[in-house]
Design a protein. Structure first.
Length: 242
């Protein structure tokens, strides 16, 4: 049992969405195994199914003048930000497969989210950053210390169609946190966001490459699968380059 890993680098949100849709279609047809796409996006705001547009604080004209796109998508959750220095993961997984914790014909979406949170908690731990879940608040959060409350370090939101997942997680690695001032992240106004770079000590400073490797490694451990690196979308889908 294995999971394909494909690192796409920094690509536009539209391109990433198109690739994700191709991979989802192939997974539904059982032409490929479960797949994890890891990538970065240029600055973009996305609105999930439950999004409240009032949580976008920046004026749309201001955003458009700076080339910052808005995308309404079918994942769960509210508004979120993607940008450079943020590791985005799109796991395309058939929930009917042999997955940890599955008790019926398929793993439930909430149980799948909990597995993704575990991946990210372990990934943060590799950089000396202790992280946790918070009941009724999907995502991964730092552990409060002294007068500093917990802060959100990773956001999650998925979509499930014909038992196959899409969308996924966004882990702030070296993200410019000032960009989150454009929104109320995930509709949560009373807590701040943070990043691995901010939380890690000087001996554990992350890079995108080290965060990507840690996330892939922990994805394999949590999902109890071997991770098989794939070099291109064409190789993954068995399509010849022209």
């Amino acid at each position: 049992m294995f999971i394909h890993l494909l690192h796409l680098g920094r690509i536009s949100y539209a391109e990433g969405l198109a690739i994700q849709q191709q991979v989802v279609a192939a997974r539904k047809q059982n032409r490929i195994a479960d797949t994890l796409l890891l990538l970065e996006h240029p600055p973009v705001l996305t609105l999930g199914r439950n999004a409240d547009r009032s949580n976008i604080l920046a004026n749309e004209v201001w955003l458009r003048e700076r080339g910052i796109e808005l995308h309404e998508i079918n994942r769960g959750g509210d508004v979120t930000y993607h940008g450079p220095g943020q590791l985005v993961g799109y796991p395309i997984v058939d929930l009917r497969g042999d997955l940890p914790g599955k008790r019926g014909p398929h793993l439930g979406p909430v149980d799948f989210i909990r597995l993704l949170e575990e991946v990210l908690i372990r990934t943060c731990g590799e950089f000396g950053v202790m992280a946790q879940r918070i009941p009724k608040r999907t995502g991964v959060w730092t552990i409060p210390g002294g007068s500093i409350p917990e802060r959100k370090i990773a956001a999650l939101g998925i979509h499930v169609s014909q038992a196959v997942t899409s969308h996924g997680f966004a882990l702030n690695v070296t993200t410019d946190l000032r960009d989150f001032q454009w929104i109320v992240p995930c509709g949560i106004a009373d807590r701040e966001v943070t990043s691995l770079e901010v939380e890690a000590d000087v001996d554990h400073q992350p890079t995108m490459e080290s965060a990507m490797n840690a996330a892939a490694r922990n994805f394999g451990r949590v999902f109890e699968r071997q991770i098989l690196r794939t070099e291109s979308v064409e190789q993954l889908l068995g399509v010849e380059r022209r």
